[in-house]
Every structure is written in structure tokens, then in C-alpha cells.
Design a protein around this ligand. Structure first.
Ligand code: AMP
Length: 216
């Protein structure tokens, strides 16, 4: 049965960074709802235009739009063995939809690592973040700067600050997270799938704990 890993955690906790490492290590597909929206915005699609109006305000894109985008993505052949889900689900309705999709596709949510950190750390992390235009590689101006300012080490493309990584929007996103995504923590905890990980540790240590959770 295909194994899906749901990564939970507030904005700025390092989910995206860890999801990329995990996908490389496990060879599972990396499915990031935020990256998919940003790709659509870059390509100026209808979906991108709609999503942008919510993302720039720090709000969630409506469930129906998000669910159908993820459904199309998970139906692709590179998700046959499973995937690392990064940023989806984010609401109880999305979690229900995921269960239905996986029943249909023959997969299941295997484990739900929940990466945590205090709010002050999250704001500092997200607001110092620089993202690569080409493939979304992630840097931090203080904690993990690129070798050359403004240039991605991995693919040489330009680094930019996401519009929604500005301090005011990050603060709003954290509030939205607490209200809309926190119920999922309880949902997966009750289902016995949740595994809490301290996101204030070094990147390598968080990866180590994630990998050992996946191997169980
Ligand atoms: P992220 O890159 O995961 O921080 O996502 C950036 C933004 O995309 C979020 O602040 C939301 O506006 C939107 N977004 C990403 N994933 C979802 C989701 N599962 N449901 C609704 N909106 C989402």
C-alpha cells in the first residue's frame, strides 16, 4: 500500500526544508501545496490568479480549489509508492478529502510528523527566508545563507523574498494556522499517527528524528 507522510507544523518551522531532504532520501515524491500554487502564479494560470489573492493576504486558498489541485497531483505516476505531503492537508475538510482520495488510490497516511517551535522563532525564521526562483530551494539570511548573496547554491537562480514572508503576513499566517490547522494535530493524535518533533533543533537533528520515525 502506498505510504503518505503528512508533515504538519506552523509556517517557518522548516517543513519545506525537511520535506525536500526526506523526498531525496526516501525517493518518495515531494508534494508541496505552496510550491504548486507558486508554480501556477509564475505561469499565470487561472488557478494561480485565484490563489494569489489569498496567499498575498496570508489566508488559505479555498478548500475545493486546493483539494482538486492536490488530487490531480497525487494521481500522477510518481506518487504510486506514496509521497511526502508538505502543506496539505491544512483544514479538517482537506484531511477528510485526503482520506477519500487515498481510499480511492489505494494508499494510507502512514505517519504524521508534527514539527513545532515557539511563535517568536517562527517569525524570525520565515521573515529571514530567501527562496530560489527556479526550484524553491530555501535559505535563511542568518541561519543558512547561500555562498553568494542572492544566488541559489544549487541551481544558480535568483533568490527572492516571498511576498507572504514579510513580518506582518507571517504573523497573520501563524494566526490562521493556529485556528485552521491546529485541529488536525488532535485529529492525527487521536488516530495514533502523530509524532512530535522539536523544530528548534539543528536541521540535521530534525532530519534524523524524521527518518527514524519513517523507519518505524
Ligand atoms: P506554504 O508554502 O506551505 O507556506 O504555503 C503558502 C501559502 O499557500 C499559504 O499561506 C496559503 O495561502 C496557501 N496554501 C498552501 N497550502 C494550502 C492548503 N493546503 N490550503 C489552503 N491554502 C494553502
Amino acid at each position: 500500500m502506498a505510504a503518505f507522510i503528512v508533515l504538519l507544523g506552523p509556517p517557518g518551522v522548516g517543513k519545506g526544508t525537511q520535506a525536500k531532504i526526506l523526498a531525496e532520501t526516501t525517493k518518495l515524491a515531494h508534494v508541496s501545496s505552496g510550491d504548486l500554487f507558486r508554480e501556477n502564479i509564475k505561469n499565470q494560470t487561472e488557478l494561480g490568479r485565484l490563489a494569489k489573492s489569498f496567499i498575498d493576504k496570508g489566508e488559505l486558498v479555498p478548500d475545493d480549489v486546493t483539494i482538486s489541485m492536490i488530487r490531480d497531483r497525487i494521481a500522477r505516476s510518481d506518487c504510486e509508492a506514496g509521497a511526502i505531503l508538505d502543506g496539505f492537508p491544512r483544514t479538517p475538510a482537506q484531511a477528510d478529502a485526503l482520506e477519500n482520495m487515498l481510499t480511492e488510490f489505494g494508499g494510507e497516511v502512514d505517519v504524521v510528523p508534527y514539527i513545532t517551535a515557539a511563535e517568536s522563532i517562527l517569525v524570525e525564521r520565515a521573515s529571514g527566508r530567501w527562496t530560489c526562483r527556479e526550484q524553491g530551494h530555501i535559505y535563511h539570511q542568518t541561519f543558512s545563507p547561500p555562498k553568494k548573496t542572492g544566488v541559489c547554491d544549487m541551481d544558480g537562480s535568483e533568490l527572492y523574498q516571498r511576498e507572504d514572508d514579510k513580518v506582518e503576513t507571517v504573523t497573520k499566517r501563524i494566526r490562521v494556522y493556529l485556528r485552521q490547522t491546529m485541529p488536525l494535530v488532535e485529529y492525527y493524535r487521536k488516530g495514533g499517527k502523530l509524532l512530535e518533533i522539536d523544530g528548534t533543533q539543528a536541521v540535521e537533528q530534525v532530519t534524523k528524528e524524521l527518518l527514524s520515525a519513517l523507519n518505524k
